[in-house]
Design a binder for this molecule. Structure first.
Ligand code: PLP
Length: 286
């Protein structure tokens, strides 16, 4: 049984409780982060903490813990659960007022709810899918306009994964006005003539922490990066495609809507970036 963290307490998972009036539950009024753990260490903790602060501030939410306390809680959960490889999920919501109401409660009266738990994923960095690549479908992007805020409103991405599954695929790329925004839970890239292309950071996509690191490593390795929108047609005609996220690192995409990308096998750019990302992340993990 896991030990989880809820509002200041470490508890066995079956004793951890949140109110039915919690606004995370009733209104999806909350934000989250997922930090990966490799060899018992946190990958890019600072990046996730900075983005968390930004998500909170965009929603006028206040963190119930300081940055140092947050790091301490992450480390304590790793230790208490003897976590080697896996993830730490963190969620902060606008708390549980006495009743359901669209209006935000007074933050001085209703403290935010904070929950963290671990997910063990032995061999996280050796996922077999990294060798075979994943297959994606395209779906229309019908999400709201503030995708840069990492909110817990994940119904549509969840439906997107189910649509992919129904077609025997692994994931979905979302498309708006002909241009790919991102994957359901990852940022999307193509490679054309050696150049890495990915959508720029606007409110249309989540500003991936893995994306930031991968683009930095790509530039350090003298790879050419174009931050610009790309169409689905361009993606289908690309030499390579891949996605990035904290839990999958760099994952090759080998098929879009049944069309093989490039040779139909994971490409060299994605493979190299995955290698560099894992190597550098392990070195920098805390
Ligand atoms: N885009 C979306 C919609 C996501 O949900 C995620 C991760 O959950 C990402 C991109 C990748 O972000 P990160 O690299 O910070 O995990």
């Amino acid at each position: 049984m896991r030990t989880v963290y809820v509002n200041g307490e470490y508890l066995p998972e079956d004793q951890a409780k949140v109110s039915i009036f919690d606004r995370g539950f009733l209104m999806a009024d909350g934000v989250y982060e997922v930090t990966s753990v490799l060899d018992g260490k946190l990958v890019d903790f600072d990046g996730h903490a900075v983005r968390l602060d930004r998500s909170l501030s965009e929603l006028s939410l206040h963190s119930p813990v300081t940055r140092d306390e947050l790091l301490q809680i992450h480390r304590e959960l790793v230790a208490r659960n003897a976590l080697t490889d896996g993830l730490i999920y963190l969620q902060i919501t606008r708390g549980a007022p006495a009743d359901r109401d669209f209006a935000f409660p007074d933050p001085d009266e209703v403290p935010p709810t904070i929950v963290l738990f671990t997910q063990s994923k032995p061999g996280l960095a050796d996922a077999p899918a990294a060798k075979t690549g994943i297959r994606v479908i395209s779906i229309e992007d019908i999400r709201w306009g503030r995708r840069d805020i990492k909110t817990v409103q994940l119904l549509y991405p969840s439906m997107g994964k189910m649509m992919a599954k129904a077609k025997g695929c692994d994931d979905a790329w979302m498309v708006e006005n002909g241009y790919v925004t991102e994957g359901t839970s990852n940022n999307a890239y193509i490679v054309r003539d050696g150049r890495i292309v990915t959508r720029p950071k606007t409110n249309d996509i989540l500003h991936g922490i893995t994306r930031a690191a991968v683009l930095r490593y790509a530039e350090e390795a003298q790879m050419e990066v174009d931050e610009r929108p790309f169409t689905l047609d361009e993606a289908r005609a690309a030499d390579e495609a891949f996605v990035t996220s904290a839990s999958t690192f760099v994952m090759p995409v080998v098929e879009i809507d049944g069309t093989p990308i490039g040779t139909g096998a994971p490409g060299p750019v994605a493979a190299r970036l995955r290698e560099i990302y894992l190597e550098e992340s392990r070195k920098a993990a805390i």
